[in-house]
Ligand binder design. Structure first.
Ligand SMILES: C[C@](O)(CO)[C@H](O)COP(=O)(O)OP(=O)(O)OC[C@H]1O[C@@H](n2ccc(N)nc2=O)[C@H](O)[C@@H]1O
Ligand SMILES: Nc1ncnc2c1ncn2[C@@H]1O[C@H](COP(=O)(O)OP(=O)(O)OP(=O)(O)O)[C@@H](O)[C@H]1O
Length: 349
C-alpha cells in the first residue's frame, strides 16, 4: 500500500494533533494585575440589587500569575472520579456538556492568606466554564491552571476579577478564539463588575454597574504602599451596609473625576469607605495611623476594602511605611501604578 493511499484511508485529526502538541508544550503564562479605585462613586441601588457606579480604576505592578496548560484528559477524569467518591479534589467538569475538565491549584505568596476554595467556586473555573459555554466548545478537553496569588483576597484589590479576566484571555488562546471576540467581553460582564476593567487595564473610567468602559486616562508612575488588616471585607456586605446610610459624592468632585484626562488629576474619593469602616472598624485605625506617617501624598480605601492605599513621595518612603505597617501585624506591600492588563506574557526566546 502506498503512503499516499494510507493517508487517505486514515484521516488526520489536526485538532487532536494540535491539542496533543499543546499538552507537551509549556502552556501559557499570564499576568493578572491588582487595581485601586482612585475615584469611586456608588449611586442608586437597581432592582437587581446592583448599584450604579462611576469609577476611575488604576492597575498596579502587583499581580497574580496564572499558568494555563492543556492536560492529560485520562488523568483528569481519574481525579474527578476519585472526587465523586469523596476524596478532596481540585478538579471539576465544565463546558456545555461537562466535557471540559479543569484542575486548579493555588499557591499564596508574600504573606497572602491561602485561597481555600474548591475548583468549582474559584472564579477562574467560572470564567473558563462560561467562555466554553458561550463559544460552544463541544469537544473533550482538560486544562490545568496554577495560580500564584500575590494579591490578597477580600482586599478590594480586584484579585479574583483580574484572575478571571486572565483566565478568559488564556482559555480563548487555547481554543483559538480571537482576543477581539465579543464573547470574551460578554463573559467578563457576567462574571463581575471589575472583570471588564482588567481586560482593558491601565487607568480608565467605567460606569454602569462598573462594567461599562467610558474613557481612558493617562496612567501615573508613582509608588504606593498597600496596607491590609488580617480580616477582609465582603464586597456584598459593604454594599448592603452602604444602603443603610447612603453617602452621595459631592457634584464638584464627580465633575472633576469625569473631566480628568490623567490619573494625577483624579480626586481621590470613595463613598463606600464609611460603610466598609463600619463593617471592619480596624480600617479606621489604619487610616489614622497612615495620617501620622511622613511622606504620604494621599491615602484612600481600595474599593470595598479591606486594603488602604497611600500614594508616597518616593519609593523609600513607601518601603519604610510598609515595614512599619508589617511590624504592627498588617499585610503591607510597596508597588507602582502601572499600565498592565490581564494578558499573556510573551514567550522569551
Ligand atoms: C467595589 C468594586 O470593586 C469597585 O470597583 C466593585 O464595585 C465590586 O466589584 P466586584 O468585586 O467585581 O463585585 P461583583 O462580584 O460584581 O459583586 C459582588 C457583590 O457586590 C454588590 N455590588 C457589586 C457591584 C455593584 N455595582 N453593585 C453592587 O451592589 C452586589 O451585592 C454583588 O453581589
Ligand atoms: N481566584 C480567586 N482569587 C481571589 N478570590 C477568589 C478567587 N476565586 C474565588 N474567590 C472568592 O472571591 C471573593 C473575593 O475575591 P476578590 O479577591 O476579587 O475580592 P476583593 O479583593 O474584595 O476584590 P473587589 O475589589 O473585586 O471586590 C473571595 O471571598 C474568594 O473566596
Amino acid at each position: 500500500m502506498s503512503r499516499q493511499r494510507a493517508s487517505l484511508e486514515v484521516p488526520v485529526d489536526m485538532i487532536s494533533i494540535a491539542r496533543t502538541a499543546q499538552i507537551e508544550g509549556a502552556g501559557l503564562k499570564l499576568v493578572a494585575p491588582a487595581k485601586v479605585n482612585l475615584f469611586l462613586s456608588i449611586g442608586d441601588r437597581r432592582d437587581n440589587g446592583y448599584h450604579d457606579v462611576s469609577t476611575v480604576l488604576h492597575a498596579m505592578a502587583l499581580h497574580d500569575v496564572l499558568y494555563m496548560k492543556r492536560a492529560d484528559i485520562v488523568a483528569a477524569r481519574a481525579a474527578l472520579e476519585s472526587a465523586e467518591e469523596g476524596a478532596p479534589t481540585n478538579t471539576a467538569s465544565a463546558g456545555p456538556a461537562g466535557n471540559i475538565l479543569i484542575s486548579i491549584s493555588c499557591d499564596a505568596r508574600g504573606g497572602v492568606a491561602p485561597l481555600n476554595v474548591p475548583a468549582r467556586e474559584n472564579i477562574v473555573f467560572k470564567a473558563i466554564d462560561l467562555l466554553a459555554r458561550k463559544a460552544d466548545i463541544s469537544y473533550d478537553d482538560a486544562i490545568n491552571v496554577r495560580i500564584e496569588k500575590n494579591i490578597p483576597h477580600e482586599g478590594g484589590l480586584g484579585g479574583g476579577s483580574s484572575d478571571a479576566a486572565a483566565a478568559l484571555v488564556g482559555a480563548a488562546r487555547l481554543w483559538g478564539i480571537s482576543e477581539d471576540d465579543s464573547l470574551i467581553e460578554e463573559a467578563a460582564h457576567e462574571l463581575g463588575s471589575d472583570v471588564a476593567f482588567f481586560l482593558h487595564g491601565g487607568c480608565a473610567c467605567f460606569t454602569g454597574t462598573g462594567e461599562l468602559f467610558d474613557h481612558e486616562l493617562e496612567a501615573m508612575k508613582k509608588p504606593l504602599v498597600l496596607i491590609k488588616p488580617e480580616s477582609g471585607v465582603s464586597t456584598a456586605e459593604a454594599y448592603r451596609t452602604f444602603d443603610g446610610n447612603p453617602q452621595k459624592v459631592d457634584e464638584s468632585a464627580a465633575a472633576a473625576a469625569e473631566a480628568a484626562q490623567t490619573a494625577c488629576e483624579v480626586p481621590l474619593v470613595n463613598n463606600l469607605s464609611i460603610a466598609a469602616e463600619s463593617v471592619l472598624p480596624e480600617l479606621a485605625d489604619v487610616r489614622a495611623w497612615l495620617h501620622r506617617q511622613a511622606g504620604i501624598e494621599a491615602s484612600l480605601l481600595c474599593g470595598s476594602g479591606s486594603t488602604t492605599f497611600a500614594v508616597c513621595r518616593d519609593f523609600n518612603v513607601a518601603c519604610a511605611i510598609a515595614a512599619a505597617a508589617q511590624s504592627r501585624g498588617w499585610w503591607a506591600r510597596t508597588t507602582m501604578f502601572g499600565s498592565l492588563k490581564a494578558a499573556i506574557v510573551p514567550e522569551q526566546s
